[in-house]
Design a protein around this ligand. Structure first.
Ligand code: NDP
Ligand code: 8X3
Length: 257
């Protein structure tokens, strides 16, 4: 495998779930980390634990990725030792609600589109410029099975992840003559704060999503990201679709116990 020790990795949405699990795995691999999310207290505690355990440099950024003017300036505001981002993981994202199309909240729709799509376009533009100059880099976009199939009650979320799938493929086309790799990871049902956010803090409803089967964990997804990033330089993992064992499609879940 490729040794990524000393590489600089920027992870959006590092304050919980997949992003947090990836931070641990990249730290274990000896990477320098830039961790971004809105919840500063979570990031501070994660930074302290990572530095204590792995002694790697960690820089935290409190930012709402929907603030695309700030995103544009991010590469210029990073401390010098973190400025050359080698791996960008566009992970921050969310689903809000399970409304049918006639009941969609336009506020929720705009939040999902801005977070899951617009922000990824802005982050990619901001960081790919330096990657092209250095002819080195890896962009990992966290998509979803919802980027490959659409389901009732998920119209906007599925539309955002389908948009992300198209953006990821087009990004690969634009960068095909460079050494920059572009990867999409598409998880199925994974137990993180995702459902708690989707159901706006209703823990009972969130728990129901995972009842009766063993969902994926954040660590499973972090494993996939690390796998993609540590392949030899001539190997570009384009897309990984990863489901729970008792899952065949987004809603095709067998609840067996
Ligand atoms: P979590 O809710 O646990 O984590 C989401 C992360 O995104 C948090 O760190 C959150 O931080 C951050 N985030 C959300 N909105 C913003 C924002 N506006 N600005 C900055 N950061 C933001 O969920 P997951 O770890 O499960 O989700 C990560 C990604 O995986 C998402 O893109 C999701 O769509 C995708 N996914 C999840 C699946 C699942 O079943 N869990 C399956 C397939 C894909 P903070 O609130 O502190 O800003
Ligand atoms: C999250 C998985 O099936 O809820 O992206 O859309 S699903």
């Amino acid at each position: 495998p490729l040794n990524i020790s000393g590489w600089t990795v920027l992870i959006t949405g590092a304050s919980s779930g997949f992003g947090e699990a990836m931070a641990w795995r990249f730290a274990e691999a000896g990477c320098r980390l830039v961790l971004l999310a809105r919840r500063q207290d979570r990031l501070e505690s994660l930074r302290d634990q990572l530095q204590f355990t792995y002694h790697v440099p960690v820089h935290i950024i409190q930012l709402d990725v929907r603030n695309i003017d700030e995103v544009d300036l991010l590469p210029h505001h990073l401390p010098e030792e973190f400025a050359e981002v080698d791996i960008l993981v566009n992970n921050a994202g969310l689903a809000l609600g399970t409304a049918a199309v006639q009941d969609n909240s336009m506020d929720d729709a705009v939040t999902m589109i801005e977070t899951n799509v617009t922000a990824v376009i802005a982050m990619t533009k901001a960081f790919v410029q330096g990657m092209i100059e250095r002819n080195r880099g890896h962009i990992v976009n966290i998509s979803s099975i919802a980027g490959q199939e659409a389901y009732g009650g998920g119209s906007v979320y599925c539309a955002t992840k389908h948009a992300l799938a198209a953006f990821t493929t087009a990004t690969r086309h634009d960068l095909v003559g460079t050494n920059i790799r572009v990867t999409s990871i598409s998880p199925g049902a994974a137990q993180t704060e995702f459902s708690l956010v989707r159901f706006k803090g209703d823990q009972e409803k969130a728990d129901e999503v995972y009842q009766g089967f063993d969902p994926l964990t954040a660590e499973d997804i972090a494993d996939n990201v690390l796998y993609a990033c540590t392949r030899p330089e001539h190997v570009q993992i384009a897309d990984i679709l990863v489901l729970a064992t008792n899952q065949a499609s987004a809603k095709g879940i067998a609840r067996v116990h």
